[in-house]
Design a binder for this molecule. Structure first.
Ligand code: AMP
Length: 412
């Protein structure tokens, strides 16, 4: 098969290229290069890929292209493409991707999932949608109530099939598939491919293109992590000094509480840093504005709480700063995972006051490794890790790639 290296080589409609450019993507990921041409030709696909591989765009872009090229209007209650996802978070994220990539196209999509009232979802279906993203339980409910029918379906995507099976969705999937037209394009994604999954894939797909992308490295492995030991009162000053480095151009700062998020962002603005805060006390509108400012680069530093940052999808975050360490060690991994997205590298600094040492130990236990430490006193706006002007210093215990990075920074 021809191998593509640039988005412009992919025969996608111009409005889709424009949306990709808006998203800031320059090169397709391996699964996108392999899958998009085949999907545009109408082939079935069996993808062995995890979140982080860019699989959502790998299916969303060709679906948007095909539906817009067909030019059929949205039909009341009868979607033309269906994406099944195991959890509401994933469904919401996929829905967001369709909106983002389809922003310049007259293609309508909606997301339905359980745990919330169905009224708004039924209304959206009644208005007519091209693309329906759904969790299996709610989809079945609405099918039984005749709010959705699948007889006009042309493209079916089953995402994270292994998780679906783990969650006991197999009977639901079988019933949903039984309601699909037999003439359709089917896409099947799973992070793992044990026999039970391969069997299910076989029953759904016809002569599929098989694409397996091995994870490049776990995202956490690509992040340069440091702990900075500092007193509680010294954190403000330390943050200010770090921000003197130009490399810190899109910075996500995490605090433990909403009040602290507000006060840190206020202090930063007082110090002439373009900063904003995002937390659950802010209106949806204010949060969207804060996020938009951050995405577009108008805001350099976004200060967030864990809850507000959940599901926050911003690419190209250069640095994550844990102003406060989280109580839950898992939150640390979610936080730092906001940098080093889609194959890029990134840096995460964690401020650790004497009272937070236990949290640090819990995080390190979860990581199975110590995070290299630097004393805050050694850091100034010209420190080696933070800008390019510092005199060489003795490397701390660091992995070879970190050492190389430091050496490179010291020589420029
Ligand atoms: P996914 O594996 O679909 O969950 O995508 C993971 C992340 O990669 C998302 O934040 C996407 O916005 C981002 N992404 C997808 N494709 C690309 C690309 N070609 N270049 C840069 N980022 C991408």
């Amino acid at each position: 098969m021809k191998s593509y290296t640039k988005f412009h080589d992919l025969p996608l409609a111009e409005p889709i290229h424009r949306a990709i450019a808006d998203a800031g993507y320059t090169l397709p990921t391996p699964i996108q290069s392999a899958a998009i041409p085949a999907l545009l030709e109408g082939r079935d696909l069996l993808g062995c890929a995890q979140t982080g591989s860019g699989k959502t765009a790998a299916f969303a872009l060709p679906i948007l292209h095909r539906l817009s090229a067909a030019g059929r209007p949205a039909i009341k209650r009868a979607p033309q493409a269906l994406v099944l996802a195991p959890t509401r978070e994933l469904a919401a994220q996929i829905g967001q991707s369709f909106r983002e990539y389809g922003r310049y196209l007259p293609i309508r999509s909606t997301v339905i999932f359980g745990g919330v009232g169905q009224y708004a979802q039924v209304q959206a279906l009644n208005k007519g949608v091209h693309v329906l993203v759904a969790t299996p339980g709610r989809l079945q409910d609405l099918m039984q109530q005749r709010h959705v029918r699948l007889d006009k379906l042309e493209i079916f995507v089953l995402d994270e099939a292994d998780r679906m099976l783990d969650m006991g969705f197999l009977p639901d999937i079988r019933r949903i598939v039984a309601a699909l037209p037999s003439r359709r394009q089917s896409l099947f994604f799973s992070a793992t491919m044990p026999e039970s999954i391969a069997g299910l894939a076989d029953s759904l797909l016809t002569d599929p293109l098989r694409v397996a992308v091995t994870p490049v490295s776990s995202p956490v492995g690509r992040i340069d992590q440091r702990v900075l030991h500092v007193s509680q009162e010294g954190k403000r000053d330390l943050l200010q000094r770090l921000l003197e480095g130009d490399e810190l151009h899109r910075v996500l700062v995490f605090t433990r509480t909403k009040r602290r998020a507000e006060s840190v962002s206020r202090q930063l603005r007082a110090d002439k840093v373009r900063a904003d805060a995002i937390h659950s006390d802010k209106s949806q509108n204010a949060r969207s504005q804060a996020l938009h400012g951050f995405r577009t680069g108008r805001t350099r530093v976004l200060v967030a709480t864990d809850i507000a940052a959940r599901g926050l999808d911003v690419d190209d975050v250069s640095h994550v700063i844990n102003y406060d360490l989280p109580h839950e060690p898992e939150s640390y991994i979610h936080r730092i995972g906001r940098t080093a997205r889609a194959g890029a590298s990134g840096t995460a600094f964690s401020f650790c006051s004497p009272l937070e040492r236990k949290m640090l130990r819990d995080i390190e236990r979860l990581l199975g490794d110590a995070i290299p430490a630097e004393r805050a006193g050694e850091i100034s706006g010209t420190a080696p890790a933070l800008s390019t002007k510092q005199a060489p210093r003795k490397p701390t215990a660091a992995t070879p790639h970190k050492r190389r990075r430091r050496q490179r920074k010291q020589t420029v």
